[in-house]
Design a protein around this ligand. Sequence first.
Ligand SMILES: NC(=O)c1ccc[n+]([C@@H]2O[C@H](COP(=O)([O-])OP(=O)(O)OC[C@H]3O[C@@H](n4cnc5c(N)ncnc54)[C@H](O)[C@@H]3O)[C@@H](O)[C@H]2O)c1
Ligand SMILES: O=C(O)C[C@H](O)C(=O)O
Length: 329
Amino acid sequence: MTRTPVNVTVTGAAGQIGYALLFRIASGQLLGADVPVKLRLLEITPALKAAEGTAMELDDCAFPLLQGIEITDDPNVAFDGANVALLVGARPRTKGMERGDLLEANGGIFKPQGKAINDHAADDIKVLVVGNPANTNALIAQAAAPDVPAERFTAMTRLDHNRALTQLAKKTGSTVADIKRLTIWGNHSATQYPDIFHATVAGKNAAEVVGDEKWLAEDFIPTVAKRGAAIIEARGASSAASAANAAIDHVHTWVNGTAEGDWTSMGIPSDGSYGVPEGIISSFPVTTKDGKYEIVQGLEINDFSRARIDASVKELSEEREAVRGLGLI
Ligand SMILES: NC(=O)c1ccc[n+]([C@@H]2O[C@H](COP(=O)([O-])OP(=O)(O)OC[C@H]3O[C@@H](n4cnc5c(N)ncnc54)[C@H](O)[C@@H]3O)[C@@H](O)[C@H]2O)c1
Ligand SMILES: O=C(O)C[C@H](O)C(=O)O
């Protein structure tokens, strides 16, 4: 194989998403079946041994595309020459922790990682933040990396997008492959807004096919928005394989492009489109091509959608104010 390997850094590599993610990256599902990869696994010191165990298993898969694995607890090493960074490791909310405590604890992770990306990553670095609160963690990392173009920092709402696809397919008796142009707006949180007004089901307008605003407001939106909590309730642990799958989808689409006539959802720095305050990392409908994304423009936003987009964006603005107050951005 003559192609230069792509350096992919994964943080939180010994965690449950890491375990579901790394084998798929190494098998070529992240970047393509002809793209060799080198993996860098970043973990906290006490979890290095577990990361080594995962690396042993990766070795034992003998993936033809995997050209090396390095394990470290030093962000400066982990992001050295990184082309793609998947920031999965984060501080989970524990009992008695307020939202501000959570943002502060994550600031201690994402600020130094952003700086290490700034100082050491490759010029073409693409960053996906998965660790929660993903949008605001992405903002913290981005603020610590002033030399990296801001648009390279993205947050994951593809899991929400995929969840919405399946719920809509079930409701309309179709398959996910029949559905196009669905959008997640806002934050990866319970305020997110899954929008079907521009979506199509087998070429027909999805909202018209559904024809049931009550279902939309009282069933579809809360089911998608609270799916993460429902998984935790059912599994006793947060989503892992589906989150890893969404991370693969996000980067694969970013690098390889959206299909003609379709779009996807990504948490990206707002340019002010659709009245979303500039700078916050909010989910938008985007098309991708040649490793770049663009916000889909010109969509008509009805009152139903406007109120819900505004509510989620308000939460993001408040999170931005909170991390600003903590000196994290
Ligand atoms: N955006 C989404 O759609 C989405 C979906 C599911 C989960 N998540 C989030 O993803 C994150 C990871 O989930 P998980 O189930 O893998 O958690 P996990 O607890 O199983 O694993 C997290 C790992 O991160 C590591 N870690 C902690 N601090 C680190 C640091 N500073 N540097 C490197 N590694 C560090 C931990 O040691 C641990 O191994 C959580 O924040 C979770 O809420 C996001
Ligand atoms: O980790 C969580 O709190 C839930 C996760 O963000 C999810 O959407 O599954």
